[in-house]
Design a protein around this ligand. Sequence first.
Ligand code: ADP
Length: 366
Amino acid sequence: NKATGKNEPNSVPTSPILVSETATFTEPRPRRSKSATPDRESSGSLSMDPKKEDILKSVQGVDRSACEQILNEILVTDEKVYWDDIAGLRNAKNSLKEAVVYPFLRPDLFKGLREPIRGMLLFGPPGTGKTMIAKAVATESNSTFFSVSASSLLSKYLGESEKLIRALFYMAKKLSPSIIFIDEIDSMLTARSDNENESSRRIKTELLIQWSSLSNATAQAEDQTNMLDSRVLVLGATNLPWAIDDAARRRFSRRLYIPLPDYETRLYHLKRLMAKQKNNLEDLDYELITKLTDGFSGSDLTSLAKEAAMEPIRDLGDKLMFADFDKIRGIEIKDFQNSLVTIKKSVSPESLQEYEDWSNKFGSTG
Ligand code: ADP
């Protein structure tokens, strides 16, 4: 398979496709005509590019249209996330480097006892960077990134979900090294309940079967080629880790807590956000904002900074239409103070305690 570079035994194959946003598996998009102008929204479903066509031609043993759906409906973009884009989370980054990035880049060193793990769970409050981390792992390990949201898989494609899951794992192996990122994974792995319907139970079973097939692939890997095939990691993210049933939880060899940002992380994040914006903020201002945002998630902080950045524009009123970009005033501390009136922290102290408790019980250290 040329696309994965397997013909060159000494090179570390890189993935031909990087998918960087959570595919939502919304309604199937109509195939665009060749004459249509490409736009950002549809960039993931451009009429079949030759590489994709080649890949699909060699599909065997799984539903080809499901494979096509996998290739088309996950957004293929050039957007990449690097470790430095993510504020804080040093432990999680180190853990992922050791468990995934290095093994994917140097498969020759990571075999036998050192073989890469098959499942990792990122859990914690919403907006703390779990999706960003998953994207960074894919970027930094040169992996193909399949990103699906479990809830949309369950709701929109109920009848087709099993087929899609099979196709997803098949494509992940085919285009390995791969990361299968499943957001809201709890909704696919909940403990069995009486009101669980038949199809969601079947989807869960299929996911577990396919997941096991990854470990078997490693066990059967006798030569370098097969071993490379097996470089696939299921990276799950959840805000509700306690909803995952015991057996499924154990499948994640590592369970990483992605907490709210601490003081240093918030300061770093704020400075990074403001670095690209004209502003009059002094060190003391940054410190004040950082203190006032205790309990904010990374995404709350981003919203706050966006809101503050709107203030100089609002000041202009109707003059905005004729304003010279260079003359627009810089963002000031008062803009942040105003934004703090509307943008509040989104995670309650009570739910934080729940995450801490679950982490103490089931989380991995480091
Ligand atoms: P989650 O998956 O944990 O819900 P995301 O990774 O989707 O959170 O983060 C949502 C947004 O919040 C990101 O796009 C980014 O703007 C911001 N953000 C959250 N955490 C961080 C972080 N640690 N560093 C930088 N930006 C962050």
